[in-house]
Write a protein that binds this ligand. Structure first.
Ligand code: NAD
Length: 438
């Protein structure tokens, strides 16, 4: 992966959108210009950065300290909102960038939420279950004073999931109960659950949250394709990343009739020209412990049906839709000129560098930006938050209907902004967000 500072990348995208907005010839007074400039300047800095160190008693009896962050970027529109990442490459600039993108994303999706993000420097795959639980509980306890349903609402991200959110919310409520002088009532406890989203249903999670990012991505993709007025034919896709987002994106694209010919994870990928069967591929990966060899197409997994492919090769495949669904900066100046896809659906956060964006634009490739494409996850997180606060539980049908409406509304707004400001979809999305934030 290219070593580009994600926060620098995020700021380049922001500056580009501000420049297009400033040159748009909107009639504004001198006072408004001054105010605009000041607000824009403020948006270049997070409101608060919290550094934490989390001690974990390892299974061998030793004590290991893990460093982490919570960045609370902006709460103009509501409580800070954003996931928690467990990964060895976590660093402060990455968490700052991710929290900035969350601010923009929540504004694009028109949610009453701001932007935040958390991360711990750790390879969770090297931890036992008990060490992972201690780390999760320790992190929740370390940030307990600065989060809450009206303050900051974390969620899962890379290498965290519903089970981890369950440990965190339980620990958070414990800390709050210990600090409270009066007994916390059952109703208050239920409301406190709104502090974390992406929980398992049994812990107060929402129907449809786990797959929401993938399903939202499909809804956005369909709304974009409808506007592109392309000739009708079976579309092909390649997906990098086969975790929560990548797998669910593969599943929903497959269900919608798109042929997914390649998928990958951190260890490499598979190329199956007849199109993979996502569910069988996942079952095979779980059984074998890796994607390699899982050439599952139709109703069989058969070695003769495909071949191994590297992550770099996957990005350069001749497909209609390329879906980066893993980490940042994978599409950069080194490979952007060689990409053959017509549409890039950014399901990961920050997969494309600013330099690559220019090259892709010059080639006429449509980039559906992360702050729109993967906003389905935070949208259903917002539904979960609302359900917890109001003591409701919506059916999956209801959740998905609301998600469909939100994704279509957001895509329409971004598309229209990109047309009226004569710019690409990313800049259009930033403009929609900025106008809602200033
Ligand atoms: P995950 O941990 O469930 O899965 C990550 C996947 O990426 C795994 O398959 C992993 O093997 C793969 N991966 C890791 N390093 C890789 C590499 N160097 N090359 C190729 N693949 C690699 O995480 P996730 O929740 O699916 O998140 C993926 C991306 O989507 C992240 O950018 C995340 O910020 C973003 N995102 C997640 C959500 C959500 O709801 N989970 C919402 C919006 C955006």
């Amino acid at each position: 992966m290219s070593h580009i500072n994600p926060f620098t990348n995020a700021m380049q995208q922001f500056v580009q959108a501000v420049a297009v907005l400033s040159q748009s010839g909107r009639k504004v007074s001198k006072k408004e210009i001054k105010l605009f400039k000041e607000k824009i300047e403020l948006m270049r800095f997070p409101k608060r950065i919290i550094n934490v160190s989390v001690p974990v008693r390892m299974d061998d009896g030793s004590l290991k300290i893990f460093e982490g962050y919570r960045v609370q970027y902006d709460n103009t529109r509501g409580p800070y909102k954003g996931g928690i990442r467990f990964h060895p490459a976590v660093n402060l600039d990455e968490v700052k960038a991710l929290s900035f993108w969350m601010t923009m994303k929540c504004a694009v999706a028109n949610l009453p939420l701001g932007g935040g993000k958390g991360g711990v420097i750790v390879n969770p795959k090297e931890l036992s279950e008990s060490e992972l639980e201690q780390l999760s509980r320790g992190y929740a306890s370390a940030i307990a004073n600065v989060i809450g349903p009206d303050i900051d609402v974390p969620a899962p991200d890379v290498n965290t999931n519903g089970k981890i959110m369950g440990w965190m919310v339980d620990e958070f409520i414990k800390v709050k109960s210990q600090k409270s002088k009066v007994r916390i009532s059952k109703t208050e406890r239920e409301k406190l659950k709104a502090t974390f989203t992406g929980k398992l249903i049994a812990d107060g999670g929402s129907e449809g949250r786990e797959e929401a990012t993938g399903l939202g991505g499909l809804y956005v993709l369909q709304a974009v394709i409808k506007r592109m007025q392309s000739p009708k034919k079976q579309l092909t896709a390649a997906i990098q990343g086969f975790g929560n987002v990548g797998y669910n994106a593969a599943r929903f694209l497959f269900d919608s009739g798109i042929k997914v010919i390649a998928v990958s994870d951190s260890k490499g990928g598979i190329y199956v020209p007849d199109g993979i069967n996502p569910e069988m591929t996942l079952a095979c990966k779980k059984k074998n412990g890796m994607l390699s060899g899982c050439y599952c197409s139709g109703s069989v997994c058969d070695v003769s049906k495909g071949k191994p492919i590297s992550n770099e090769e996957l990005l350069l495949l001749d497909v209609d839709i390329l879906v980066p669904a893993a980490l940042e900066n994978v599409i950069n100046k080194d490979n952007a000129g060689k990409i053959k896809a017509r549409i890039i659906l950014e399901m990961a956060n920050g997969p494309t560098t600013a330099e690559a964006d220019i090259a892709l634009h010059d080639k006429g490739i449509i980039v559906v930006p992360d702050i729109l494409a993967n906003s389905g996850g935070v949208t259903v997180s917002a539904f979960e938050w609302e359900q917890n606060l109001r003591g409701l539980h919506w059916t999956k049908k209801e959740v998905n209907r609301r998600l469909f409406d939100k994704m279509n509304e957001a895509t329409e707004n971004v598309w229209n902004a990109s047309r009226s400001f004569k710019t690409d979809l990313r800049t259009g999305a930033f403009i929609v967000a900025i106008l809602r934030l200033i």
